[in-house]
Ligand binder design. Structure first.
Ligand code: GLN
Length: 450
C-alpha cells in the first residue's frame, strides 16, 4: 500500500493548497445547512478498479442535495427510457440558477433534470410500486450507486420541508401546465427526502465512478444502470450539471459534474476516475468554492479534460517493417530477397476503432507496394472490441482483394473464431503460433511457383 500512497499524496497536496480558501457562504435557505462546519473539506478519488483514495474530511457525512439529481435521473431513464423521460423533461442547459422557473414556453417542460424544476419532474417519474414506495426505490438506487446502504438526515429533510415553498411553487407551476404526471405535494416530498440522503465524499466518488465506469459500481461490481444510461446521465451533467456556470466549467475543467448546496461536488472522468469534494462554502452559482478549485486542479493535474484526449504514440503498433530486417532473418541473399517482400506488423494492448485503424495503416505501410505478403502478429493484443474486429476483418478482406497475402500470429484467437474470420474476410487466413513460423511460410510462398 505504499506506492499507491503517492495518489493519496496528490490529493493531500490539493487539500493543503485549497484548505485556506475562505471565500463563499454556506447555504442558509435550508436552515439546517447553515449549521454545517465551514472548515470541513474532503476530497476523494475512486479508480475504475475500485481503488479508493481520499484526503481531509472525506468521511464526514453531509446531505446529497442536488448531487442526487443525476442519479435519480438515471433511475428514471432506466425505468422509462430516454424517449419517455424526454417527453417530460428536456436536456438543454437553462443558463439559469438551480431554482429558476426554467419551463419551456407552451409545454411547461423543465429545461433539464439538473435544475430543481426538472429534478422534481424526474422524481415524479419514479412512481410508487406495490412492493416499494417511490422513495424506497430512490434510496435503493442511490445506495447501489454508493455501494452501501444510505439513510436520510431527518433534520435536514424536516428543515427543507418546512421552508421549501419555492420548490412547492415550482411543482404547482409545472402541474398548472398539465405536464407533471403526479401529485406535486408527493413529488416534492420525495424530492426533499432524496436531497436529504446522507453521504460522504468517498461515497460521492464511488457514485461518480459508477457513472464513469459504464454504470457498474467499481467497488461492488454491481451493474447499477446500463452503459447507455450512464452515458446519457454524464452527457446531461456535462451540459447542465453546474447550472449557469456549466459552459465555463466544461471549458476549463472539461468533465461532467454536479454540485449541491450542502457543498458536495462530483466530477466523472469517463473510463478513468470518479472524483468528489465536500466543502460547505458556496459561490454565487451554489457550487462549493474549494471543491470547484480542487476538482478543477485535479482534472488539470491528471489530464482529464475530455476534449483533450491525446492518443499515446507507439501504444498500438510496436513493429511495422519487412521480414528481412528482423534479427532472426537468415543471411543468405536469396532468403533476404524473399523476406523483403514479407511485411511484419505487431500490435499490442486493447484494440478499439482508433487502435484498429493504426493497425490497418501499418499493414499498408509495412510492405513494398501492393505485392508480397504480410504477417500480423497479435500475440501482445489483450482484446479487441466488436468495432475493432469488424474493421480489422474488413481491412484483411481488402488486402486479400488487392492480392496481398496475409497471415496472422494469433494463438489467443484475438481475431475471433475462424468461422467468423472466414465469413468476414472471405478467406481462410493462415494462423500461426509464432512469428518466425509465419514469416518462414510466407517467404516460402513468395518463392512460388504456387
Ligand atoms: N434541496 C435543494 C433545493 O431543492 C437542492 C438544491 C441544490 O443542491 N442546488 O433547493
Amino acid at each position: 500500500m505504499s506506492a499507491s500512497e503517492a495518489v493519496t499524496d496528490a490529493l493531500r497536496d490539493l487539500h493543503a493548497r485549497f484548505a485556506g480558501v475562505r471565500e463563499g457562504e454556506r447555504a442558509d435557505y435550508i436552515p439546517e445547512l447553515a449549521r454545517s462546519d465551514a472548515d470541513d473539506f474532503g476530497l476523494a478519488l475512486v479508480s475504475m478498479d475500485g481503488h479508493r483514495y481520499s484526503a481531509g474530511a472525506a468521511g464526514t457525512p453531509f446531505t446529497l442535495q442536488s448531487v442526487s439529481k443525476p442519479f435519480v435521473y438515471a433511475l428514471a431513464l432506466s425505468s422509462l427510457g430516454l424517449d419517455e423521460v424526454g417527453r417530460w423533461v428536456g436536456a438543454e442547459p437553462s443558463g439559469e440558477a438551480f431554482n429558476a422557473i426554467s419551463l419551456e414556453p407552451r409545454t411547461g417542460r423543465p429545461a433539464n433534470a439538473m435544475v430543481n424544476a426538472g429534478a422534481i419532474v424526474t422524481t415524479a417519474l419514479v412512481p410508487d410500486r406495490p412492493d416499494a414506495p417511490a422513495f424506497t426505490r430512490v434510496l435503493t438506487a442511490l445506495s447501489r450507486f454508493a455501494g452501501r446502504k444510505l439513510d436520510v438526515d431527518e433534520e435536514v429533510y424536516g428543515s427543507e420541508a418546512a421552508t421549501g415553498d419555492r420548490n412547492r411553487a415550482l411543482a404547482y407551476l409545472i402541474r398548472s401546465t398539465g405536464t407533471l404526471p403526479v401529485d406535486p405535494v408527493a413529488a416534492v416530498d420525495t424530492y426533499f427526502r432524496q436531497c436529504a440522503v446522507r453521504v460522504t465524499a468517498v461515497d460521492l466518488a464511488v457514485m461518480a465512478a459508477t457513472l464513469a465506469h459504464g454504470g457498474v459500481n467499481p467497488v461492488t461490481g454491481e451493474a447499477v444502470v446500463s452503459a447507455d444510461v450512464a452515458a446519457q446521465v454524464l452527457a446531461v451533467m456535462a451540459t447542465c450539471g453546474m447550472y449557469n456556470s456549466s459552459g465555463d466549467w466544461l471549458l476549463r475543467v472539461g468533465l461532467p459534474a454536479k454540485s449541491g448546496v450542502s457543498g458536495g461536488l462530483i466530477a466523472a472522468g469517463p473510463a478513468r476516475f470518479g472524483l468528489a469534494a465536500y466543502s460547505p462554502l458556496l459561490d454565487a452559482a451554489g457550487t462549493s468554492v474549494r471543491g470547484r478549485a480542487a476538482l478543477g486542479a485535479l482534472s488539470e493535474r491528471l489530464g482529464l479534460h475530455l476534449m483533450r484526449n491525446p492518443a499515446l504514440p507507439g501504444s498500438t503498433v510496436t513493429l511495422a517493417t519487412t521480414a528481412d530486417v528482423l534479427p532472426s532473418a537468415p543471411s543468405g541473399r536469396r532468403e533476404r530477397a524473399l523476406r523483403e517482400r514479407v511485411g511484419v506488423v505487431a500490435a499490442q494492448g486493447a484494440l478499439d476503432f482508433t487502435a484498429a485503424e493504426r493497425v490497418l495503416f501499418a499493414l499498408d505501410e509495412s510492405g513494398p507496394g501492393q505485392v508480397g505478403s504480410v504477417v500480423l502478429d497479435l500475440r501482445e493484443v489483450t482484446g479487441a472490441d466488436s468495432v475493432a474486429l469488424a474493421l480489422l476483418h474488413a481491412g484483411l478482406a481488402r488486402l486479400a482483394r488487392d492480392g496481398r497475402r496475409a497471415a496472422v500470429v494469433d494463438p489467443g484467437n484475438r481475431l475471433g473464431p475462424p468461422d467468423l474470420v472466414r465469413e468476414r474476410t472471405g478467406q481462410d487466413l493462415p494462423r500461426y503460433g509464432s512469428r518466425e513460423e509465419a514469416v518462414e511460410r510466407c517467404a516460402q510462398a513468395m518463392a512460388g511457383p504456387v
